[in-house]
Ligand binder design. Sequence first.
Ligand code: NAP
Length: 329
Amino acid sequence: MSVETLTIQGISRPVSRIALGTWAIGGWMWGGSDESKAIATIRSAVERGINLIDTAPVYGFGNSEEIVGKALEGIRDKAVIATKVALDWNDDGPFRNATPARIRQEIEDSLRRLKTDHIDLYQVHWPDPLTPIDETARELEKLRQEGKVLALGVSNFSPEQMDAFRDVAPLAAVQPPYNLFERDIEKDVLSYAKDHGLAVLAYGALCRGLLAGKMSPSTRFDGDDLRKVDPKFQSPRFEQYLAAVAALEDYARARHDKTVLALAIRWILDKGPTIALWGARKPEQIEGVDEAFGWSLSQEELDEIDKILTRHVTDPVGPEFMAPPTRKG
Ligand code: NAP
């Protein structure tokens, strides 16, 4: 099955509509990660035509970007690198910082770690309420003019915040949370992206692994794994989400002879100018990637899926727990 692609303004190469997400590869908040498996995962993705690799400085405090850099040595020209900017950190953890000075420092650190002379898509990770958006956008536009980045994106931004950015610099993409269980962007961001020609990089496509269909009520998480505190993974809500996943698995099998994982990715791809960000850290986790391409869900099926969700998830909760704090003063 051939990989579906789309075009992101400013990037000449078509990008795959599934991107490899490398947060877990950085280890931090995912109970650690194995570098050789991580490198094999990234190389396997590129070999399969999944050319868009999403990372961020904060993922393992440089570790994820360094691993991506190592994995792409010799095959950089086959990959499209999306990284991020504007989360700073100290001994207490990460915090938002989108000042021009921070951006200047981060671009050089990211280029060095990623072993590249340019970043294809450079995204503001979270809005920083203490820095006016026009200041951030102006500095990023300078980087674009200098050729250090090809296209600009934002993540976790509202339409109003994107308007403020677009007043100063061209915006090519937005990266919000979006999956079968986390659908806030259907209120405004998704239609905004359609209206303004932005690619939507949907993060948490598998809802932190839930939609891979391999979990059970006895699943436990190790070390600093964020799912220990994620409200979706706490009983009795966890059981509701697992019941929905089981019902979706039955539905996907009966209607399309597919897994719930393939259905979860397909559902995102059928919702608009979207790219599904699939987090993985072991090569076998992306073996089924082709299963999501080359078919689609009808409106009747989308409606049926909504009914399954409301039947099982009676106490839904969003991903807000992940939002990093702002700077102090
Ligand atoms: P995700 O894609 O919803 O889930 C990733 C996890 O699902 C994997 O680490 C793995 O967990 C599990 N998984 C994946 N494939 C599997 C398979 N075939 N079988 C069983 N389990 C499987 O979550 P995510 O990594 O948080 O989100 C994806 C990407 O979006 C991130 O990597 C990052 O690039 C981006 N993101 C961005 C933001 C932002 O603020 N911009 C926030 C969150 C994420 P285990 O390895 O533990 O089994």
